[in-house]
Write a protein that binds this ligand. Structure first.
Ligand code: MN
Ligand code: MN
Length: 300
């Protein structure tokens, strides 16, 4: 890995970690998700980063892919996953944590287990580590926890970690959180993200959650749509974005324009990922870089 690239990954990670600590400090039960999102957007900017994707603020059975719009009234309650992406020169830090917002600590144990799984993985991630070793230790940690505490948590097997590349969040390699046979060697930049639940351990795709990405280079006829598309290509490139960012740029008829672009297949709008039995979900995530015979957890 080039020196410049490594430095950008490290800088992005440092910013993402600071934003994560900041978010932990401001989030209170019953706060509006839009206020959390706006504060995080401002913080990333203040620290000299760019968002790699809109912050995902996914509540309860929603595992991922929800970001609030400007007039969103949704409030934080139950368990909230805060998934933050920061990039520097397109090099990404992808990191997430979960907060139990209940008065009786209903999801405290699930979050603790989830953190324990990530920390057990962190201990084995080093140069030469094979992809399956992540899943092996993750599942072993979960099984031991269930046995010791007589609990019944399960891993969401359909959600995985992934390699990272410049302006690319899912860069090909899938890092499963359960026992597997993948003997590929982990190298370069990648994110590890176990998801734990008490439900079925699977997800389905729900309604759109307000996060879009450019997916085709087809031309568009509508004049307003063309103007918005030009901005998207220049500013977000192949990184996901959301309506509230575009609204700040002063475009008109945005909802209409985005719907045209989605219908034409030029933009993709991500569906929310929802736990199959609608059980609450916890997520934790860190980004790692393995380069020059060393491992760095950039967001830890
Ligand atoms: Mn993430
Ligand atoms: Mn990720």
């Amino acid at each position: 890995m080039e020196k410049q690239e490594l430095e950008s990954y490290i800088k992005a990670g440092k910013i993402a970690k600071e934003v994560k600590d900041f978010a932990r400090g401001i989030i209170k039960p019953r706060m509006k998700l839009i206020d959390i999102a706006e504060a995080i957007d401002v913080k990333i900017d203040e620290l000299g980063g760019e968002p790699a994707f809109p912050v995902n603020l996914s509540l309860n059975e929603i595992a991922a892919h929800y970001t609030p719009t400007k007039d969103d009234e949704t409030i934080a309650e139950g368990i909230l996953k805060i998934d933050i992406g920061v990039c520097v020169d397109g090099y990404i830090a992808d990191t997430a944590f979960s907060i139990d917002l209940t008065e009786d600590g209903k999801f405290k144990e699930m979050v603790e287990l989830n953190e324990e799984i990530l920390s057990s993985i962190t201990k084995i991630v080093k140069p030469g580590v094979e992809v399956h070793e992540v899943g092996d230790i993750a599942q072993e940690t979960l099984e031991k926890w269930n046995e010791d505490k007589n609990s019944n948590f399960v891993m969401i097997q359909s959600l995985s970690g992934h390699s990272l590349d410049q302006d690319t969040i899912h860069a090909g390699l899938t890092i499963s959180n359960y026992r597997n046979e993948n003997k590929n060697i982990l190298d370069g930049a990648f994110a590890i993200e176990p998801f734990v639940t008490t439900g079925a351990g699977d997800i389905y795709e729900g309604n759109a959650g307000g996060i879009y990405v450019l997916q085709s280079n087809e031309p568009v006829r509508d004049r307003d749509a063309r103007e918005v598309l030009k901005f998207i290509k220049e500013d977000y490139k192949t990184r996901p974005f959301c309506l509230r960012w575009l609204e700040k740029e002063g475009f008109s008829k945005l909802k209409f324009v985005l719907s045209i672009l989605v219908r034409q297949g030029i933009l993709h709008e991500y569906p929310m990922l929802i736990e199959k039995s609608k059980a609450q979900v916890s997520q934790v995530e860190n980004t790692f870089v393995i380069a020059d015979g060393k491992v760095i957890c950039t967001t830890g």
